[in-house]
Structure formats: structure tokens, C-alpha cells
Design a protein around this ligand. Structure first.
Ligand SMILES: Cc1cc2nc3c(=O)[nH]c(=O)nc-3n(C[C@H](O)[C@H](O)[C@H](O)COP(=O)(O)O)c2cc1C
Length: 150
């Protein structure tokens, strides 16, 4: 498989009234659509912000991102990273998810929290910081009993 895949990471602010129940709806909706269009990714919710990575064919991802930005459940979009990659990171997830609020105290969780903070402090957006963040999220998702893949 030499097909390059496209990855896009953005951050947005959740609209008022968005809680766990609404996010579970979003994840289910997303997973259903994504599985049909060979899209994978992960959604992180932390203190009123979404951080999401979308992986798939370039056109498909750009179109999906356009659709997502029209969704009134969030606003203030900021692309943190986009570009081609040789492989998907969230291969087994139509849309993995993590609620940072649910984190139990643990070493892996702390690493993700730290990587999350890094995303705020970078002034020049480089690709490295989001990569480290997603790598840590991925590690947590694959290792933890608390998160399931779809
Ligand atoms: C934070 C967030 C992430 C979303 N991620 C996806 C996604 O990965 N895939 C998807 O199909 N829809 C996603 N959605 C939902 C879309 O914005 C949209 O509501 C949904 O695709 C249905 O759109 P339609 O009724 O126009 O088909 C997301 C919405 C939010 C608020």
C-alpha cells in the first residue's frame, strides 16, 4: 500500500450545553459516517475544547472538515496540523475518543495532559507537538481497559 493518507488536526471550542451525552452522540454519528468513507481518527474533549484528528483520503478529509466546521455544536476553529503521512495512527478507530475529565490519576494520563498543554504553548505551529500529543493519546487508548475502539 503506497497510498499516502492525509491527516488533519484542529481544535475548536464546544458550544454551550455540550456535555458528555452530546459528545457521545457526536462520536456515534461520526463513527457511522467515517466507517463508510474509510475515515479514521480520534476526538479529545478537554475543558470545553475539542481536539480532533481526521485521517483518510485528502479530498474526503477536506470535505469532512468543511462539514464539521458548519456544525453549530462548536466554533472558533484552529487547524493545528495537516499533511500527508505514510500510515494512519488510529487505524482501528472510526472515531476514538477521550474525555480528559474522566482521567484517573496515572502516569500515562499525566503524559497526555502534559502533551495537551504543549499544544497551547507553541507559538509557531510545528508538526511535532501535535504528533507527540496524538502518539500519547494513541498509547493511552491502546493500553487502557477504559477506552474501547469502535
Ligand atoms: C467536534 C465534532 C466532531 C465531529 N466529527 C465528525 C466526524 O469525524 N465525522 C462525521 O461524519 N461527522 C462528524 N461530526 C458531525 C458533523 O459535523 C455533522 O453533524 C454530521 O456529519 C451530520 O451531518 P449531515 O447531517 O449534514 O450529514 C462532528 C461534529 C462535531 C461537533
Amino acid at each position: 500500500m503506497n497510498n499516502k493518507i492525509f491527516q488533519l488536526t484542529y481544535r475548536s471550542r464546544a458550544s454551550e450545553g455540550i456535555g458528555k451525552e452530546q459528545i457521545m452522540e457526536i462520536v456515534e454519528e461520526a463513527a457511522a459516517f467515517n466507517s463508510r468513507f474509510d475515515i479514521t481518527g480520534c476526538l479529545v474533549f478537554d475543558q470545553g475544547y475539542f481536539i480532533q484528528i481526521l485521517e483518510g483520503e485528502k479530498e474526503t478529509i477536506n470535505e469532512l472538515y468543511k462539514k464539521i466546521t458548519k456544525d453549530r455544536r462548536h466554533f472558533q476553529f484552529e487547524i493545528l496540523s495537516k499533511g500527508e503521512a505514510t500510515d494512519r495512527l488510529f487505524k482501528s478507530w472510526d472515531m476514538g475518543y477521550i474525555f480528559m475529565e474522566d482521567f484517573v490519576v496515572g502516569e500515562k494520563e499525566e503524559v497526555v495532559k502534559k502533551a495537551r498543554k504543549e499544544l497551547d504553548t507553541i507559538s509557531i505551529k510545528n508538526d511535532f507537538t501535535p504528533k507527540v500529543f496524538w502518539y500519547n493519546v494513541y498509547t493511552l487508548l491502546t493500553d487502557s481497559k477504559f477506552y474501547k475502539s469502535n
